[in-house]
Design a protein around this ligand. Structure first.
Ligand code: DC
Length: 226
């Protein structure tokens, strides 16, 4: 599924579970590529708004997704060559992303973009369906979770740091609502792959979570090598 048996660490989980930060740090520690698949849905929604495509127009959205002029430059999302990193990280952008994400044709159109990221020496990919749909043959699948309270607090700190004006209670409600939408959708719902290892990060620091994931990735690679 991922071409030339490039090793893949697939990290899935709900928003605020720490998967983005953990996945990026794990990728750096291993010297591997990193895919933030959530950014694709965020950028697609932004692109659609700019092109005045309604966020429920599946066929037009799939068409945009099939030729999304997106690349990452030193971790920053560049849409048609311009840095959109700040724009796609707002709560509104996340909400729009979760509206385009349930559309089957959109998800299909983004598959090859994501699979093409599996390049030597390896890929750490984070999202909702990395282990179940995009990289079902990944050597190492991890599902990160954390309590909704903890996730709202982390998101609050993150957004405040970026200068956004946020309210913790609203974040709690928004995260719960997005969880329901992500887990309840028909196509690629948020759920652990059968062979995923579950890791609850509620009581863990980022450093501890990175350590555990690196250990699991190492163990899986050992197994893959036989
Ligand atoms: O991880 P994130 O918050 O950046 O994701 C934004 C939205 O995109 C989220 O509501 C779920 C969706 N998403 C998805 O459906 N599949 C992925 N692989 C990644 C994100």
């Amino acid at each position: 599924m991922n071409g030339e048996a490039v090793p893949v660490v697939a990290i899935d989980g709900p928003s605020g579970s720490g998967k983005g930060t953990v996945a990026l740090r794990v990728a750096r520690a291993l010297g591997w590529h990193y895919l933030d698949s959530g950014a694709l849905y965020r950028v697609l929604a932004l692109y659609a708004v700019r092109r005045e495509v309604p966020l429920d127009d599946e066929s037009q959205l799939a068409e945009l997704a099939g030729s999304l002029p997106l690349r990452f430059d030193q971790g920053k999302a560049m849409l048609v060559g311009a840095d959109v990193e700040n724009e796609i990280r707002s709560e509104q952008a996340g909400d729009r992303a979760s509206r385009v994400a349930p559309l089957p044709a959109v998800r299909r159109a983004l598959l090859s973009w994501q699979r093409n990221c599996a390049m030597p020496p390896g890929l750490v990919a984070d999202g909702r369906d990395m282990g179940t749909v995009v990289f079902p043959d990944a050597d190492c699948k991890i599902f990160l979770t954390a309590s909704v309270e903890q996730r709202a607090q982390r998101r609050f700190n993150q957004l405040r740091q970026k200068g956004f004006d946020v309210n913790i209670h609203r974040l709690f409600e928004e995260i719960s609502e997005r969880d329901r939408r992500d887990a309840g959708r028909r196509v690629s719902p948020l759920r652990p792959a059968e062979d995923a290892m579950l890791l609850d990060t509620t009581e863990l620091t980022i450093d501890q979570a990175v350590e555990v994931v690196l250990g699991l990735a190492d163990r899986s690679r050992g197994k893959a090598r036989g």
